[in-house]
Design a protein around this ligand. Structure first.
Ligand SMILES: C[S@@+](CC[C@H](N)C(=O)[O-])C[C@H]1O[C@@H](n2cnc3c(N)ncnc32)[C@H](O)[C@@H]1O
Length: 269
């Protein structure tokens, strides 16, 4: 299936099989070449451009040292695009979020992941991109699997900022009322394909944002967890990833899921 906008030279996918298409390249450039209104949901886990207490930590350290505890083994290659300051992060997110809105069908749901530090910037960017901001989905982690803050509170949550492309969908056959939080640990370092990989419980919930048979767009694929979850939920997926190493990891993840027989972690009512 071709996802290229009319009048644009067809893009060659890095991978295209069983309803999953992955493009290798810059999200903004590839989004601009996708046709309008082709996605039923957009699930985005961009580089947070966060991590570290000081501006220098955010903008000059690489992801391998920012997001990995001192002395811990690396769980995948470092990735780029994680060093914008807050003003440029807001500008950049607004650009790709506006393109995602063009690519989304009316009523499509959007989830953008972020941490506490970038939460206000992300909710601003979602609205600047033209989406209707609807709420926050907390992803909480068990104690011992997140960062302790001596004298304060454990940094126990990340957040999915959710929004819609105009009014919410209210089709007679698909107007879901989805669970509004997830409690799950990140995969253990030895099982991770990506440094900042999210757990399958997060992706399984997000896969429900599109109707069965619908299409999920993930502009920052990383290790491919969202693509795998979309497939096991019977949704199609369009993914974009800048790093060739992570494109390869995502394809391997898809192959592993296929061999193991994908099982959702959700108990659906
Ligand atoms: C936070 S990670 C995604 C992790 C993924 N959700 C997972 O669980 O494995 C963000 C990803 O975006 C990729 N990335 C960074 N800048 C990008 C860009 N401009 N276009 C596309 N992908 C980009 C990085 O290589 C990284 O793999």
């Amino acid at each position: 299936m071709s996802h290229t906008r009319q009048g644009v030279r067809p893009m060659t996918p890095y991978y295209n099989r069983d309803g999953v298409t992955l493009y290798q390249g810059d999200a903004l450039a590839i989004l601009r070449d996708l046709p309008g209104a082709c996605a039923d949901a957009v699930i985005a886990d961009p580089p947070y451009s966060s991590g570290g207490l000081f501006r220098g930590d955010r903008t000059t350290r690489d992801t391998a040292t920012k997001y990995v505890h001192t002395g811990a083994a690396l769980a995948g290659p470092a990735f780029t695009g994680d060093n914008r300051d807050q003003r440029s992060y807001l500008a950049w997110c607004s650009l790709w979020l506006a393109e995602c809105l063009r690519v989304a069908k009316p009523g499509a749901l959007l989830v953008v992941f972020t941490d506490w530090r970038q939460l206000p910037t992300t909710t601003d960017a979602v609205q600047a991109g033209g989406w209707i901001w609807r709420g926050i989905i907390p992803w909480t982690k068990p104690l011992g699997r997140c960062r302790p803050v001596k004298g304060g509170f454990w940094q126990q949550a990340e957040y999915g900022v959710w929004a819609s492309a105009g009014p919410l969908r209210k089709e007679p056959d698909y107007a879901p009322c989805l669970v509004g939080h997830v409690n799950a640990a990140s995969p253990h370092r030895s099982e991770r394909v990506h440094i900042t990989e999210k757990p399958r419980e997060v992706f399984d919930l997000c896969a429900q944002a599109a109707p069965p048979g619908g299409t999920i767009l993930d502009p920052f694929v990383g290790g491919g967890g969202m693509l795998v979850a979309a497939r096991r939920a019977g949704r199609s997926a369009i993914g974009i990833e800048l790093s060739p190493d992570y494109c390869a990891a995502a394809v391997e993840h898809l192959a592993r899921g296929e061999r193991q027989g994908d099982q959702t972690s959700l108990e659906l009512a």
